[in-house]
Design a protein around this ligand. Structure first.
Ligand SMILES: [Zn+2]
Ligand SMILES: [Zn+2]
Ligand SMILES: [Zn+2]
Ligand SMILES: [Zn+2]
Length: 273
């Protein structure tokens, strides 16, 4: 009974609640994006929102997608991204088909009809459409600006990491040669990118390449994971651009004197000037 109990903070009033008192266990807690306590829910009409599950079907963790952290990846970790990339690769090899994953991705031609960040943004977009206050639009535009900056920087970071990948030397004498820096956290890579300095030397796998099942085809797979991550970010940027246009046209509409007059005329019979 002495172990610390799992607690959740309300994202509006900052009060903390025991998970067991509000019926959320620790495992579910990992999936909370924004939590609103009962009182705040009643006052604002907002309800607790959840993060999507990791894009690896075999994984039970949340993806790195959230209001606070932004849209990092639909996978919980680099490792899950690798697993999915590997599965895809095997499938593609089996079918002996050329796959589009390694091809250069055009910003306006997403290969995936719906990625997880896409769905999350879409949902937010829908809920934004129902709200029409000038102030909320203004807030959302600010938000869009900062998410956009994040995504742009993320794309740059991915390019930086990709340059690092291609700069790695061919492994000697049939060793695996996997460089541990490739699985470092995004946060560390972001630091490295901002400092324009590749992270200091890490462990390089020295197993024989045939004896290392963990890193099979690591260079190719990492390249694919990076291409996918880049594509996700471009997709996010595309959605943000559309949402921004939408909000701007709505603002325009609101300030347009003709529409304003119509709106006023609806309520009152005539406005004398
Ligand atoms: Zn609250
Ligand atoms: Zn309690
Ligand atoms: Zn995962
Ligand atoms: Zn290895």
């Amino acid at each position: 009974m002495n172990s610390p109990r799992f607690m959740i903070a309300c994202d509006r009033c900052d009060q903390w609640f025991h998970g067991e008192c509000i019926g959320i266990d620790e495992k579910q807690g990992e999936f909370i994006d924004l939590h609103f306590c009962d009182r705040c829910s009643q006052e604002t009409g907002k309800t607790t929102s959840w993060k999507p599950k990791c894009g690896n079907p075999a994984c039970e963790k949340p993806g790195r997608v959230g209001t606070h952290q932004g849209y990092l990846s639909k996978y919980c970790s680099q490792n899950c991204g690798m697993q999915v990339a590997r599965a895809r690769l095997e499938l593609a090899d089996m079918k002996r088909k050329r796959h589009a994953l390694t091809q250069h991705v055009q910003e306006d031609e997403p290969v995936y009809s719906a990625s997880i960040p896409d769905l999350v943004i879409h949902r937010q977009l829908q809920s934004q459409l129902n709200t029409c206050s000038e102030q909320q639009d203004q807030q959302r535009l600010q938000q869009i600006k900062s998410i956009r900056q994040q995504a742009l920087e993320h794309v740059e970071m991915i390019a930086f990491k990709h340059a690092f990948l291609t700069s790695l030397p061919e492994p000697d004498n049939g060793t695996c040669g996997f460089d541990g820096r490739l699985t470092m956290d995004d946060a560390l890579w972001m630091e490295a990118y901002r400092a324009a300095q590749v992270p200091p030397t890490a462990e390089v796998c020295s197993l024989g390449s045939k004896q290392c099942p963990r890193h099979t085809q690591w260079a190719r797979l990492t390249g694919q994971v990076l291409a996918l991550e880049r594509q996700e970010q471009l997709h996010v940027l595309q959605r943000l651009r559309r949402e921004k246009q939408l909000i701007q046209s709505r603002k325009q509409h609101r300030h347009d004197p003709v529409h304003l007059a119509q709106a006023v005329g609806h309520g009152a019979k005539k406005v004398n000037t």
